[in-house]
Design a protein. Structure first.
Length: 306
């Protein structure tokens, strides 16, 4: 299990044993069906995620659903996109991550250490690793495994999101969950089912070539992508506003190094604009990567005083 001395190595090892996040695999093809639910438990979106992979810059990823239809082609020349040009939202990205890269959230955490514990889920006793922040209030990220094995069965990540991994089957020496259920605050959020997982017997030269109507290469500056904040200082509001309730929305551009290049307030009390823009410029983010290359990101952030 993990401890404070080898958390990074532990993450690398477990990532190589669960899911398909690895560069040493033979080419593979997967189809995942998914259903997304709202806070009332209603099925709001359904679709299929499909991926064919032959390397970090040689893959084809496809979403077919009621709210997103697109195919991405990764090549040595860059990333090309056919169909909807919007970027997948957080829920759509989680469809892929929960099945193929279940440790992706843990890999983004900083200033943390690990603790071991045993948790009981009904009749099941699992060995868990808690990833705890060194400072501030910490609600530990958790990863729980079958006793004396590296088979991942449960995780708790961002916010109230919890994931159960079931029907585990081996594929190329990895543990791959074929049924994945994600809840948010105890309510259904995503249900994922692996419909197909197979080797690609032969990768043809034309297999990952983008069609003529695909746009790209994508990069330099993108918008509508989920970002990870690293530092978010509080706003110092003018004294005249501190007793009021309001919100200020600010358009920002995040640079390739994660620092904010520009900030422009677009709504809220005008007398609060200067303070909100100053705070936004002091935020920092984890650089957003497209095929491993940092790009600029356009985003809107919101500040509130309650």
């Amino acid at each position: 299990m993990a401890d404070a001395l080898n958390l990074e190595n532990w993450l690398m090892r477990e990532s190589a044993l669960n899911g398909l996040y690895s560069t040493d695999l033979h080419p593979w093809h997967i189809i995942v069906s998914y259903d997304q639910f709202d806070e009332d438990g209603d099925n709001v979106h359904s679709g299929v995620y499909e991926e064919s992979w032959a390397g970090p810059k040689e893959y084809k990823r496809m979403y077919k659903s009621d709210n997103l239809n697109q195919t991405d082609y990764a090549t040595e020349r860059g990333l090309f996109r056919q169909g909807d040009q919007t970027w997948p939202d957080a829920a759509q990205l989680r469809v892929r991550a929960e099945v193929l890269d279940p440790f992706n959230y843990a890999a983004t955490l900083e200033d943390v250490y690990a603790q071991n514990m045993v948790r009981v889920f009904g009749n099941y006793k699992l060995h868990c690793v808690l990833i705890v922040r060194h400072t501030g209030i910490s609600d530990p990220t958790q990863y729980c495994f079958e006793p004396d094995s590296s088979i991942l069965r449960y995780s708790r990540g961002f916010g109230w999101l919890q994931t159960a991994y079931n029907r585990i089957m081996p594929f190329q020496g990895r543990n791959l969950a074929h049924e994945v259920d994600v809840t948010d605050g105890g309510k259904p959020y995503l249900k994922l089912r692996v419909e197909t997982i197979e080797l690609i017997p032969e990768v043809k030269d034309t297999y990952f070539v983008p069609p003529a109507d695909a746009k790209g290469p994508l990069g330099n500056r993108v918008s509508g992508v989920p970002t990870t904040s690293v530092r978010t200082p509080f706003v110092q509001w003018p004294a005249s506003l501190r007793a009021k309730h309001f919100r200020v929305r600010v358009e920002i551009v995040i640079g390739k190094d994660g620092h904010v290049l520009s900030a422009h307030a677009i709504s809220g009390p005008p007398e609060a604009f200067k303070a909100a823009e100053k705070a936004a410029r002091e935020w920092t983010f984890r650089p957003y990567l497209v095929l491993g290359v940092p790009v600029e990101v356009e985003q809107t952030v919101e500040f509130s005083n309650n």
